[in-house]
Design a protein around this ligand. Structure first.
Ligand code: A3P
Length: 315
């Protein structure tokens, strides 16, 4: 598939590098050594995802379970509660780093911020397994890890809107989809990210979740996660958390809906209604409303090709 990238790509293309075949934000280079050598705590919980797979949803669930449903504490911005490991690569200096550091300039660097917190903490990252800290890769430390995935067709559409919201991509969906299929969207190739975790899914320290399962029966997933984290919940607590985590509730919750963080990106730009929110639609199968029949066919072939020698199923 030939993609005329130059025609469309702005910073989205310019700021990327390739590491071990993965397309990563350029600032990864500056952090690589510190990321590799990070001292990992066994009591922390790591949430690892390909972007737009339900990361925020899972972070809020896990943080609440780890913190005994502390609704008061949960009013703090999610980014501060669940540090984003490689964040300083993603949000540039002019923007929100100071806010994310809790007002402390020394903490502006995401790794320093993470180190300043007291374990157990919930860590968020989009890095693929092979780029996680050496202590995790080499099985020296075994924090609990939750890997969340989502139908790549929905992930792609969600990511397209997100990139447009941030102003990092100015092209059309068709071209974006082609880049996604070619593994050129940041953190891609998609399957190289997903399948290693799928192969590890029976590891007792790994819980492999799917966005679609969360949509289908969130209570069940809440119970599953609480057992995995060894933080059992009463039926009443499951119900309370289930309510708290609905799309409508999260959309209205300033601590998790990213409205404030993304406000500067929206200034002086005309973007569609649908793209104006981080909490956009929160549904399964939205790709059917967005992609052309040809594009859906291209995705289906690509999925088939990539899972044919595995027992992976989309949802
Ligand atoms: P859409 O763009 O399809 O609406 P991430 O947190 O990994 O960036 O994923 C963001 C996606 O998860 C967005 O998808 C967002 O709307 C969706 N999402 C966030 N909270 C959700 C919730 N409580 N229920 C369902 N979907 C949710």
């Amino acid at each position: 598939m030939n993609v005329d990238e130059k025609k469309y790509i702005t910073a989205f293309k310019k700021d990327k590098i390739t590491v071990n075949g993965f397309s990563l934000p350029k600032k990864y280079e500056q952090l690589k050594e510190q990321l590799d050598d990070l001292e990992v705590n066994n009591s922390d919980v790591w949430i690892v995802t390909f972007p737009k797979s339900g990361t925020t949803w899972t972070e809020e669930m896990v943080w609440m379970i780890m913190n005994n449903l502390d609704f008061q504490g949960a009013q703090k911005f999610l980014h501060l509660r669940c540090p984003f490991l490689e964040e300083s690569m993603l949000i540039d200096d002019t923007n929100k780093l100071e806010d994310n550091s809790g007002g402390n300039a020394d903490n502006a660097h995401s790794i320093n911020y993470l180190k300043s917190l007291t374990s157990p903490i919930v860590v968020k990252t989009h890095l693929p397994f092979e780029l996680l800290p050496k202590q995790i890769k080499n099985n020296i430390k075994n924090p609990k890890m939750i890997y969340v995935t989502r139908d790549p067709r929905d992930t792609c559409v969600s990511r397209f809107h997100h990139a447009r919201l941030l102003g990092s991509y100015g092209g059309d969906l068709e071209t974006f989809c082609k880049m996604f299929l070619e593994g050129k969207v940041t953190y891609g190739p998609y399957w190289s990210h997903i399948l290693p975790f799928w192969q590890m899914r029976r590891n007792p320290n790994l819980l492999f979740l799917k966005y679609e399962e969360m949509k289908h029966d969130l209570r069940k997933v809440i119970r599953q996660v609480s057992l995995f984290l060894e933080r059992p919940l009463t039926d009443e607590q499951v119900e309370i958390l289930n309510q708290h985590l609905t799309f409508d509730k999260m959309k209205q919750n300033p601590a998790v809906n990213y409205e404030e963080l993304f406000a500067p990106f929206k200034k002086n730009r005309k973007i569609g209604e649908e793209e104006e929110k981080f909490m956009r639609k929160g549904i399964v199968g939205d790709y059917k409303n967005a992609m052309s029949a040809d594009m859906i066919r291209a995705f289906d072939e690509w999925i088939e090709r990539n899972i044919q020698n595995t027992d992976y199923v989309i949802s």
